[in-house]
Design a protein around this ligand. Structure first.
Ligand code: C2E
Ligand code: MG
Ligand code: MG
Ligand code: MG
Length: 299
């Protein structure tokens, strides 16, 4: 059976899976091939972080940035994280990759700080295995120590379902990170199954409303109501609230009108290279008074 063969191959290590190729289904062989390519991707410098701005809806200015991994494969071109992060997670490769992401993101934020820009917090996505099976707090501490980045300028994005899994250890790890001064966000909020009573057990600072609720806020009454409810919930619990997947002025205006703190999405800026993001830091606010006037938000 394919899973058993895969497991066997994994146990045998990096060069030996060919012996089992005869019993592998094409899908499994593809995955093994991708896995072996991913193994060398860090050393071969094929991985890069792109950065997407998070916008403060009061000022219209860049508030922080989310680091999103990109894999530029020499033959296959750009491979989306949706296509390799799950595999990296299953195989354990996420551990070295995740550590590289944390370190690189901290180094980048420190560089922005030293260039004299306003302090930009950097958000890093954490995978389930990193939260549950590694020493995440120690890895984060090492990255902060080595780069000199103030802990408050590092944000970790953790999904709701990750927190609900292995809850005791998750809460303990999050408390360790919180004690260090790191900022914590719940990613894809609303898609998991955290009950409200659990939410207050987690020492988090921010809710990220999942883009599936944001997409139709301007036209779907239910989505509009859900988004308003999440904003209220967040504020009652003293959390900051950000909406992801904001693609239009209408969506941005709705969120601003309903006191959402921040927004992120193609309307404000796509994920871009570090060089391009550095240039963005010097450009004026996107959500100008003129835009707000147009949307009827300012008299
Ligand atoms: P996520 O953390 O929820 O990130 C949001 C995704 O939505 C990103 O896709 C982003 O490029 C995309 N996005 C941003 N604005 C818009 C918009 O206005 N419209 C639409 N349709 N999409 C928008 P991306 O970069 O492909 O990343 C996908 C997922 O892969 C992320 O979801 C995250 O779960 C994971 N991921 C990305 N980088 C890393 C990483 O370094 N480590 C880990 N563990 N996971 C990562
Ligand atoms: Mg995220
Ligand atoms: Mg998300
Ligand atoms: Mg997502």
């Amino acid at each position: 059976n394919a899973d058993a063969a895969m497991y066997k191959a994994k146990e045998l290590g990096r060069d030996n899976y060919q012996y089992y190729a005869g019993v592998l289904t094409p899908a499994v062989a593809d995955r093994l091939d991708l896995m072996n390519k991913l193994r060398i991707a860090i050393e071969a410098r094929q991985l890069a972080l792109h950065y997407q701005p998070k916008i403060d809806l009061l000022s219209g200015r860049i508030h922080s940035a989310e680091a999103l991994i990109r894999w530029q494969h020499p033959a296959q071109g750009m491979i989306s994280p949706a296509d390799f992060i799950p595999l990296a997670e299953e195989t354990g490769l996420i551990m070295p990759i995740g550590e590289w992401v944390i370190h690189t993101a901290c180094a980048q934020a420190m560089q922005w700080l030293m260039l004299g820009h306003q302090p930009i917090r950097i958000a890093v996505n954490i995978s389930p295995r990193q939260l549950h099976h590694g020493d995440l707090a120690q890895i984060v501490k090492t990255a902060l120590d080595e780069t000199g980045l103030p802990p408050s300028l590092l944000e970790l994005e953790i999904t709701e379902s990750m927190m609900m899994h292995n809850m005791e250890t998750s809460i303990a790890t999050l408390h360790q990170l919180k004690a260090m001064g790191v900022y914590l966000s719940v990613d894809d909020f609303g898609t998991g199954y955290a009950s409200l009573s659990y939410l207050k057990k987690f020492p988090v600072d921010c809710l990220k409303i999942d883009q599936s609720f944001v997409r139709d806020i301007a036209i779907d009454r239910d989505d509009a109501a859900i988004v308003k409810a999440i904003i209220s919930l967040g504020h009652i619990l003293n959390l900051s609230v950000i909406a992801e997947g904001v693609e239009s002025l209408e969506q941005a205006s709705f969120l601003q009108q309903n006191a959402c703190d921040c927004a992120q999405g193609y309307y404000f800026g796509r994920p871009v290279s570090n060089e391009a993001f550095t240039l963005l830091l010097d450009t004026p606010a996107k959500l100008t008074d003129k835009d707000l006037n147009k949307a009827g938000l300012k008299q």
